[in-house]
Structure formats: C-alpha cells, structure tokens
Write a new protein. Structure first.
Length: 256
C-alpha cells in the first residue's frame, strides 16, 4: 500500500512539472514585444540629435510672420527670419528650442517658440562581419531593401516602414552569410552622457523562434552592428535562416 501511495505522489509531481514546463513554453512562444522590452531596461536609448538634412517646423506664438520650416544645411546651420545664421548641429530638440528662443529674444520680447521635427535625415550606421556586403549604410524611415548573395542570383525585395531596426540594417547589407553566428550579434553604441561605448548582445535565434521582437532594437545615427562568425554551423539554423528574410534566397556553391 505504501509503495502504491509513493507511485501516486510521484505521478502527481511529474504531471505538475510537465504542466509547468508547458506554461513556460507557451509564455515564451507568445511573448509580446512590450514584455520583451521590460527585460531590457538597462539599455540606453539616445536622445535624437539634430544634424544636416533634418527639417524643422518653427513657430512663434501670435507672430505668424516668423513661422517657417527650415532644413539644416550641410554645416548644421539654419536661417531664420530677421536672425543671423546659427548652428543646431548635435543639439537635441529641447536644446534647439532654448537656443532659438534665446536668438529671438534679441529682437522680440518674451517669445514663445514651438519647434517640431517634420522630417528626420537618414541615419548612418556601420555593419561588419558575416554578412553579404559589409560597410557603411544610410537608412531612412521608408526603405526598400534587396537581399541577395555576393554572386548575385535571385533576390528578395523587402519594404520597411517606421524607424530602422537591426533587422533592417542586416537586410540593407544583403542579408546574413551561412557562417553567421545568429546567437551572437552585437549592437555597439556610443553613450554621450557616460562618454563610453555600450555593447548590446542580440540572439536572433530567440527573435525568430520565440517571436521576441523586443530584441530587434531600433538603431540610431553612429551605431555599429557586428555579426560574428560561428565555429560550428548548425544545419537546422542555416536552413531556417535561408528561408527567412534575413538571408539570400539562393546560396551559391562553387564546385572545384
């Protein structure tokens, strides 16, 4: 009787453990992006810095003759009505608002200035490692990227909308090579406040298999992406990547 009771309790424990595993699996499988972002609170998001090509809307309260749209020139300077040219290069929007207000204070009494970013310039990023075409790339909000291997052949066309992400950068550079270590992609970013570089490690296998879109980080001007080389090529992962929009549709094999 004691033996039967022990077996019964063992069965209950086994069922409980298996059920717990299933619940965890389902939670990870259907992880929402907001939940994924919550697990990465320590990652710094840089404040947007103005640069050449940005288009601003500048308005002065109850003075419509001063309202205008301006584009930052290649040297970062802008021209405003009745003011001399001055630079906004490298400033955040709040900093730019303070500077513009101070400039208008030279000719107006207590001006109330409103500033909005109408159109952002393309960002410049560097991507190196096990990708088809490493180099420096320019990415904008609306992009059409072509993914193909270095020998040409059939290509995949992707249209991306919204702020550029790491995936957009990989697609822009032609996609991953079969030797890419998708479990160890590095996003490198300079933290202006700490005055040091930060590295964010990204597991693309987790993104693709667990739908953890929160780790497909947005990229900013000056970021670098490093795709390391894998020492052991996993055939399942290679097939999976080749069927995704991160790799070329065809892989060229040279037979000697």
């Amino acid at each position: 009787m004691i033996k039967s009771t022990n077996n019964f309790f063992a069965l209950i424990i086994l069922i409980s453990v298996n059920f717990f595993d299933i619940v965890l699996f389902k939670k990870n499988l259907f992880l929402r992006p907001t939940e994924a972002i919550e697990t990465n609170k320590n990652i710094s998001l840089p404040k947007y810095s103005l640069g050449p090509g940005d288009i601003l809307s500048i308005k002065v309260y109850q003075l419509p003759e001063f309202n205008t749209q301006v584009k930052l020139l290649p040297d970062g300077y802008i021209n405003l009505p009745r003011l001399e040219s001055f630079s906004l290069n490298g400033l955040t929007l709040p900093e730019a608002k303070i500077l513009i207000t101070n400039e208008y204070s030279k000719i107006l009494k207590n001006p109330l200035v409103y500033i909005d970013l109408i159109k952002s310039r393309p960002i410049m990023i560097n991507i190196v490692g096990e990708i088809q075409r490493p180099g420096i790339y320019s990415l904008s909000i609306n992009e059409t990227n072509q993914i193909s291997n270095t020998d040409g052949g059939e290509s995949i066309i992707n249209k991306n909308y919204g702020w550029p992400t790491v995936v957009d950068a990989i697609q822009k550079s032609g996609g991953l090579k079969t030797t890419a270590n998708i479990r160890n992609v590095i996003l490198k970013r300079y933290n202006k406040e700490k005055k040091e570089f930060e590295e964010i490690f990204i597991d693309f296998w987790e993104i693709l298999t667990q739908f953890n879109l929160g780790k497909n980080y947005r990229i900013f001007d000056g970021d670098s992406i490093i795709v390391s080389r894998t020492e052991k090529i996993n055939s399942n992962e290679r097939i999976f990547i080749s069927k995704s929009n991160l790799g070329p549709s065809n892989i060229t094999v040279t037979v000697i």
